[in-house]
Ligand binder design. Structure first.
Ligand code: PMP
Length: 423
């Protein structure tokens, strides 16, 4: 079955279409934190952040179906849904980010954020980390470092070393925040020396794709100062950490404690319906709209808005951020208690965890981590890997993930770690 479907995908979609696992899973149904494949096998979903309030949450499904059977249009008619949503979300973010554009993907949102920085500064130089992902448009793909662009990175893009708590930049954990700021300062000097100029920095405030390093609040302070002193904008990509996943805070930047000029949101925002957005101060929004104008056929359509609104309703009504905090702390304690010769670090923020493995000589245990992921899949638990060397297990379940789910996942992990060879 899977074989046939894989072959058909290649015939119809072309080669190299990403799938997870040696034997990709053919999922046919989801509910809460559970997924079922075509053979009826049930999996505990420890990976997907898109179904934020749980797969197929009835309240979100009902909202979508009600609105879809009433009206869905492109976005050039007047419609209250988009206004109500923006009113509500801007009230949840602060920093005078009182205006918003709704789009369909995080990539589009980040593309707009980059252009906002250009419109405000009149410059195009942009900084990101050297081990990240901000999207698949041409501009954002230059800040997505898994595959270098054809022709190399454009001169206006500077990539600085990503923070890392197993191999800190500059060699020490204590010095890492300053080392990060220094590399940003150096990149800004280079952009200015070449006459390109500096428009801003885009970053994920949990450095999620970088490997979710265990950084203390305040880590970004020295970098924030460097960027501000140079007149650049801070473009904060909350596509992964946003909407309460971190438990302690609704947004990743709140946890680190810095002030963004622009925030982008996406993935979990509408529980699987394709909705994303860019929040900005009015001065930035006006500079952007004046310089570029903007229209997005589907962005903020009536169905998208009710899906996003219902997701916020469930988040609040079911207290899921608080659950993320409590279950997250419980699960992190258990991950920290795991004993294994290759374990380097267990880290986590709310319901987002990284478990890093290194070999005896300190090199990344990439193959080992890959095998653990496969073994977990065989045992009915879906997770994956992150980080520069993909040697960190990544767990980022839907928020209704409770203690029993955490116990099941971690008991299974302990069993898997016993059988995957490590010598
Ligand atoms: N930013 C970050 C941090 C992401 O992880 C992703 C997707 N993985 C994106 C942006 C792009 O979002 P989308 O796939 O919705 O375009």
């Amino acid at each position: 079955m899977t074989e046939t479907m894989l072959a058909r995908r290649e015939r119809l979609m072309g080669p190299n279409v990403p799938t997870f696992y040696d034997e990709p899973v053919h999922i046919v149904r989801g509910e809460g934190v559970w997924l079922w494949d075509a053979d009826g096998k049930r999996y505990l979903d420890c990976y997907n952040n898109v179904p934020h309030v749980g797969h197929c949450h009835p309240k979100v499904v009902e909202a979508i179906s009600r609105q879809a059977s009433t009206l869905n249009t492109h976005t050039r008619y007047l419609h209250g849904g988009i206004l109500d949503y923006i009113d509500r979300l801007t009230g949840m973010i602060g920093h005078d980010l009182t205006q918003m554009i709704l789009v369909c993907t995080g990539s589009e949102a980040n593309d707009i954020a980059l252009r906002m920085a250009q419109a405000m500064t009149g410059k195009i130089g942009i900084i990101a980390t050297d081990n990240t992902y901000h999207g698949n448009t041409l501009a954002t793909s230059h800040l997505s470092t898994r595959r270098p662009p054809i022709g190399g990175y454009p001169a206006h893009v500077r990539l600085v070393p990503a923070p890392d708590t197993v191999r800190p930049i500059g060699g020490t954990l204590e010095g890492q925040a300053q080392a990060f700021a220094d590399s940003i300062a150096q990149a800004i000097r280079e952009l200015e020396d070449t006459g390109i100029g500096f428009s801003g920095m885009m970053l994920c405030p949990a450095f999620a794709n970088e490997g979710l390093p265990a950084l203390e609040p305040g880590f970004f302070d020295p970098a924030e100062k460097v960027i501000r002193d140079a007149g650049g904008l801070i473009l904060c990509d909350e596509v992964q950490p946003g909407f309460g996943r971190l438990g302690s805070h609704l947004w990743g930047h709140e946890r680190l404690g810095f002030t963004p000029d622009v925030v982008t949101v996406g993935k979990p925002m509408a529980n699987g319906h394709p909705v994303a957005g860019v929040l900005a101060r009015p001065d930035i929004m006006s500079a952007f709209r004046t310089a570029f104008g903007y229209f997005n056929t589907f962005g903020g359509n009536p169905v998208s808005c009710v899906a996003a609104m219902a997701t916020l309703d469930v988040l609040e009504e079911e207290g899921l951020q608080q659950d993320a905090l409590e279950t997250g702390a419980y699960a992190l304690d258990r991950l920290k208690a795991i004993e294994h010769p290759l374990k380097a670090e267990a880290r986590g923020l709310g319901l987002f965890f990284g478990l890093e493995f290194v070999l005896d000589d300190g090199s990344p245990a990439t193959d080992f981590a890959a095998q653990v992921v496969e073994e977990m899949r065989r045992r009915g638990v879906l997770l994956n890997r992150i980080g520069r060397h993909m040697n960190t297990l990544k767990m980022r379940p839907p928020l209704p993930f409770n203690r029993e789910h955490a116990d099941l996942a971690i008991d299974t992990l302990e069993e898997a770690l016993k059988v995957v060879p490590h010598e």
